[in-house]
Design a binder for this molecule. Structure first.
Ligand code: ADP
Ligand code: MG
Length: 214
């Protein structure tokens, strides 16, 4: 049988993602200092700290309410572009979870696709613009492909994680069309996009967590 994540399981993932982001502070701050204003890590880290504080409330909620709550917290406490984008992503994903008690394989793919669509719409950006989308988009495409090919969930989590990490790495070669890097003379070419890296941390952690549930 495949994985089945409850709202309590999802907070376990949130704890792991918070730890992963927390431990990469210097690295992500240096990335954003190179092409942006240096605040991306502190923005996203404070968001995850506030999510951790809200865990006792969130773990008793339905998945729908939990995702809306995550979206509201991210929207209100994360400064900068990423707060609005993650807020919209979780609000968009909540809609997929209406009346669901657990997240299964197809649901997880739908959640990630809803997040992608919400981020692209809110930020008016597409793949190739050197943003967090360049991590999430290939991960979603890969996930859909795995489902179409009826790959096992064990294979799927490995491939989706790989697509996310490679997608984030691919931002180094891109010229920025959105985000602060687009104001730089060379459009940030040669530098990784910090938002793509923190998106990859979250997808990696999620896929690793799902693997423990298989
Ligand atoms: P700000 O750029 O406002 O300081 P952050 O530093 O928190 O915001 O986040 C920067 C990250 O947000 C970038 O690295 C990029 O991945 C992402 N980003 C910025 N603008 C957009 C956009 N329009 N669409 C998608 N992602 C974006
Ligand atoms: Mg910034």
């Amino acid at each position: 049988m495949g994985f089945r994540l409850s709202s309590k399981d999802y907070v376990e993932y949130i704890k792991l993602a918070a730890a992963k982001i927390h431990e990469n502070g210097d690295y992500v701050t240096a990335l954003d200092a190179a092409t942006g204003d240096g605040d991306h890590w502190s923005n996203i880290n404070i968001g995850f700290e506030k999510l951790i504080e809200a865990i006792p409330v969130m773990e008793t909620m339905s998945l729908f309410d939990e995702f809306k709550k995550i979206g509201m917290i991210m929207m209100s406490v994360i400064g900068g572009s990423s707060g609005v984008l993650y807020g919209s992503a979780y609000m968009g994903a909540a809609k997929v979870l209406k009346d669901k008690d657990v997240i299964e394989n197809q649901d997880m793919c739908n959640i990630m696709e809803a997040m992608l669509n919400a981020i692209m719409q809110r930020g008016n950006a597409k793949p190739g613009f050197k943003t967090m989308i360049d991590c999430l988009y290939p991960a979603v495409e890969c996930y859909k492909d795995c489902i179409t090919k009826a790959l096992s969930e064990n294979e799927t989590v490995v491939l989706v994680k790989k697509a996310a990490v490679e997608g984030a790495q691919s931002t180094a070669a891109m010229e920025a069309i959105r985000g602060r890097a687009c104001y730089q003379a060379n459009k940030g070419v040669g530098h990784l996009d910090p938002g793509a890296i923190t998106m990859a941390y979250q997808i990696e952690t999620l896929m690793d967590y799902i693997a423990t549930k298989l």
